[in-house]
Design a protein around this ligand. Sequence first.
Ligand code: SF4
Length: 347
Amino acid sequence: MPVLSGLSPEELVKTLDPLPPFRARQIFKWIARGAASFNDMTDLSRDLREELSKRFTLYGSNIAGRLDDPDGTVKLKIGLSDGAVIESVLLRDGEGRQTACISTQAGCPAGCVFCKTGSLGFLRNLTSDEIVEQFLHLRSIIPNIANIVIMGMGEPLLNLGELRKALDIITDPRGLGLSKRRITLSSSGIVAGIRELADAGPDLRLAVSLTTADPALREELMPIGRANPLPALKEALQYYQKKRGRRITLEAVLLGGVNTRDEDISAMIEFTRGLDAAVNLIPWNPVEGMTFRGIALREPETGEIARFSRELTRRGITVTRRFRKGRSVSGACGQLGELGVNIVIFF
Ligand code: SF4
């Protein structure tokens, strides 16, 4: 049966034809309000509710599991209609702000060596309803989620069409009405996708996972960097800034003893030249069994993080450091697939 959660009011009008358009708008509102079924839609007649439930389904996914971290992080396993399972995370910061971290793909083709999701391989892109429903499922736990980070499983810029549709629905003032300014997309640095984002939107905050600006090391750590080399990536980011006028965030997942060398610090400083960018340092969250060049990856030591941060700050670069959240439920950066969030920004 056709799923309605991923349709805009205009698409709902067409799908529900010959029902009058105001019925489509009512149903769109009910989905945004978290109606569990057509039966909840009390301003529709009983006959109409029955008729609709024979022809359509509101949602195509379900909550298949939930893990709670003592720090307030909640990780959901979400079952999709074809049996695939994805993960979404609810993060809470110390000031009471709630952020939904959502996935855009089942698995990920980028293959970053430090990421649990990347190690799972790629299954498929998510559809707009599967993206919208992650937000709805998280909102059924905490109703007042004000921020979204698109940093869960998958590379969002490789599924921009469906993501755009989903964000149009999530930000539609006739429904959920979330502000686009409260949405951050984190990419592994897909050059064509950044240019498309610059040209056609959506107009959200952009973060790029650089990891290191040493080209050879980056290509080893993030194989997708081979097709998206650093000079082309920097040009795309400059193009994006010219068109959108927005500061970007460069993220570096710090891997102890791997990308915390002097060369990595100098390369990062060099890469930020000519960009309006802040650097977000993210201490790698341990995932068992992950190795690089045959050696087990490890968390960076406090001194490695402090030195990286100090050197960047000395050059006038704004540096932020990631809070550690959700580690006991594997809901932290790079851990999804056990459930992997690769990036989290707090507003
Ligand atoms: S870090 Fe992001 S882009 Fe890289 S493999 Fe993991 S989910 Fe994919």
